[in-house]
Design a protein around this ligand. Structure first.
Ligand SMILES: CC(C)(COP(=O)(O)OP(=O)(O)OC[C@H]1O[C@@H](n2cnc3c(N)ncnc32)[C@H](O)[C@@H]1OP(=O)(O)O)[C@@H](O)C(=O)NCCC(=O)NCCS
Length: 182
């Protein structure tokens, strides 16, 4: 039953991974990831300390699925059938670096799955899905200037560094990719 329920929600897959909606049952894995200080080292804020914060985050992600049909999607490793993190888009209404109402590419993995090239594999498919199925015109992404690994991932995904700005005292990189898949 669970297997069937999850499989019904598969959105797209890659060689080693599949992506599906983030579900309320992902709360423990999300908490493991978001309470890890190493994961938060380059996110500019403190890791969370209570699983209720993970539950709230899942609700807010699922709210974007319902309201605008987009969001951050769970990455599942085919080999283990485990949730390993997420990638995808948050629709940002608030002004950031002079831009509002934009699709912000974000990603995060549980630490034990780092160093396998999973994030590039999953996010490449997520961008393709967003551009071809959802017909999003352009995407943006940002990282702390110190987050060199994420910048390397964005470079590999074909986003371009188009600027830098300051946010709450931090230096932030500003990346962009235009949909020219027509
Ligand atoms: C960002 C994240 C998803 C990357 O996943 P990962 O599995 O660690 O990434 P990879 O090991 O595939 O490394 C990606 C690339 O960065 C390179 N890299 C690794 N460490 C690096 C460093 N310190 N400086 C520069 N490049 C680095 C890798 O060599 C690889 O490039 P390559 O394929 O050309 O060799 C993961 O580290 C994570 O979840 N971090 C915490 C959350 C986060 O920072 N999210 C992004 C916010 S903008």
């Amino acid at each position: 039953m669970y297997e069937r329920e999850v499989r019904m929600k598969i959105l797209f897959e890659t060689e080693r991974l599949y992506l599906r909606e983030i579900l309320p049952t992902d709360d423990e894995s999300m908490f493991e990831m978001d309470s890890d200080a190493e994961v938060y080292k380059f996110l500019g804020r403190k890791p969370i300390r209570n699983i209720n914060e993970s539950k709230k985050m899942i609700e807010s992600i699922r709210d974007q699925y319902k309201r605008i049909g987009i969001g951050r999607w769970a990455i599942v490793e085919k080999e283990s059938d485990r949730f390993i993190g997420w990638t995808g888009f948050k629709f940002e209404k608030e002004n950031q670096n002079g831009q509002r109402n934009f699709y912000n590419l974000k990603f995060r993995l549980l630490r034990k799955y780092w160093g396998k090239g999973y994030i590039t594999e999953a996010t490449k498919a997520a961008i393709h899905y967003a551009f071809t199925e959802l017909e999003i015109p352009e995407i943006y992404s940002m990282t702390l200037l110190s987050n060199l690994k994420s910048q390397r991932v964005l470079d590999k995904l074909g986003l371009q560094l188009v600027g830098e700005f300051k946010f709450q005292g931090d230096d932030i990189t500003w990346y962009k990719k235009i949909n020219n898949t027509d």
